[in-house]
Design a protein. Structure first.
Length: 397
């Protein structure tokens, strides 16, 4: 087949696909490490990382090796067969996470949907019917996930949604106390919200939530799909609070660039779902498990520590820049390499300016610049981003 030009690719994309994405004006040709090259040969520093997916960057040799070795064996079979690569991956994930059992899915949304089923089944067995979630959260675009979210941009004109969900204010202790009761079966939350604008849960809020758990006996589900995989300097964002949820959902960086998700549970939940009550055709795909295993090894060996070290340096640099532009930046927040710049203007404007300087970034929650680069990032990369950010803000000042 004849190779398409940049202009032909853009034209065909508009003709061939349902137009739900607002794409950056980049036609990517290849990627390596922190960088991607477009069809014209221009190089960009990638500070979006596939939206927190490419934890090892682009074309990492360990990922290429894992893909090659597994592809030579087989690409897919059904979950009716035992697979050694699934077991190897599961053992490493359990070892790092501290959970007891897992279910493998192929995405974050699928992990959330499976967890909703598990929580509702547990609730049925314990005579509890309500699930609680929070404003600002993002759990996916499927109907169960949407039923737990409050943003009109994702929900408008798609109702009706599922019954049995209550959405309350994030970080509101009074809302916790007035909403949670003996009928609560589960509480879903991001300890560090991504789409919500890189907002952390207050320690007092989490303390009250666990006090209510002890009183009313419900399940706490940590959505670690974006904040997990070592991104915050710890494997899970909830580890910063010194607590243990009953369930965690993970995906994004879990597969090292390939689609892979998981539901992680404690032993006391192992018999809730029985045979044939849940499943997934592509969940635990062997190729994704192979790259996932390679990613977990790298994260455990040094990338989680790198996320902490580079994250601290990055936040210091951004706070210095914020002091130079108090009328444009109102807050710098985040943990590790999950960082948000609260702006006083639409963040998409800054995304465009940064792109002019060769930086790929992302706007979330309208006026927050979301920074979720690969965990392989260096101080030199951060310095390059900081220089581009300063120049971009100067043009907007």
């Amino acid at each position: 087949m004849e190779k398409l030009t940049r202009e032909q690719i853009i034209e065909n994309e508009h003709n061939d696909f349902i137009q739900v994405y607002t794409r950056l004006p980049i036609v990517i040709d290849r990627g390596e490490g922190m960088r991607v090259w477009d069809k014209n040969g221009r190089v960009y520093l990638d500070f979006l990382g596939g939206i927190a997916v490419d934890v090892l960057g682009h074309s990492h040799p360990k990922i290429i090796e894992a893909i090659t070795n597994q592809a030579k064996r087989y690409l897919h079979t059904s979950n009716y067969l035992y697979q050694d690569i699934q077991i190897e991956f599961a053992k490493k994930l359990k070892e790092i996470s501290g959970f007891d059992q897992i279910f493998l899915s192929n995405s974050g949304a699928e992990s959330i949907e499976g967890t909703i089923k598990l929580v509702r089944k547990w609730g049925f067995l314990n005579n509890k019917k309500e699930i609680v979630s929070f404003t600002g959260s993002f759990h996916g675009r499927t109907y169960g996930a949407l039923s737990m979210m409050d943003k009109p941009i994702y929900k408008a004109n798609f109702g009706p949604f599922l019954d049995g969900f209550k959405i309350i204010n994030y970080n509101s202790i009074s809302d916790l106390e007035s909403t949670i009761n003996e009928n609560t079966s589960g509480v879903f939350l991001e300890f560090l919200q991504g789409e919500g604008g890189i907002v952390s849960a207050n320690p007092e809020f989490i303390q009250k939530l666990f006090e209510l758990k002890n009183k009313y006996n419900f399940l706490i589900i940590a959505d670690e799909i974006q904040a997990g995989m070592g991104r915050t300097g710890k494997f899970f964002a909830f580890e910063h609070y010194g607590i243990e949820p009953d369930i965690a959902t993970v995906s994004k960086g879990l597969g090292g660039g390939l689609p892979l998700g998981a539901i992680l549970i404690r032993n006391y939940l192992s018999n809730v779902l029985q045979k044939s009550e849940h499943g997934s055709t592509f969940g635990g795909n062997p190729l994704a498990c192979a790259t996932g295993l390679a990613s977990l090894v790298e994260i455990e060996n040094h990338l989680m520590q790198n996320a902490q070290i580079q994250g601290e340096y990055f936040l210091e640099k951004l706070q210095e820049i914020a002091q130079s532009f108090p009328k444009l930046i109102s807050d710098v927040r985040g943990k590790g390499l999950m960082i948000g710049l609260q702006l006083t203007f639409p963040a998409k404007d800054l995304v465009s300016r940064l792109l002019d300087y060769g930086i790929i970034s992302n706007a979330t929650n309208q006026n927050v610049l979301r920074i979720v680069p690969p965990l392989i990032i260096t101080k030199q990369d951060i310095d390059e981003f900081s220089t581009a950010l300063f120049k971009s803000l100067k043009t907007l000042e």
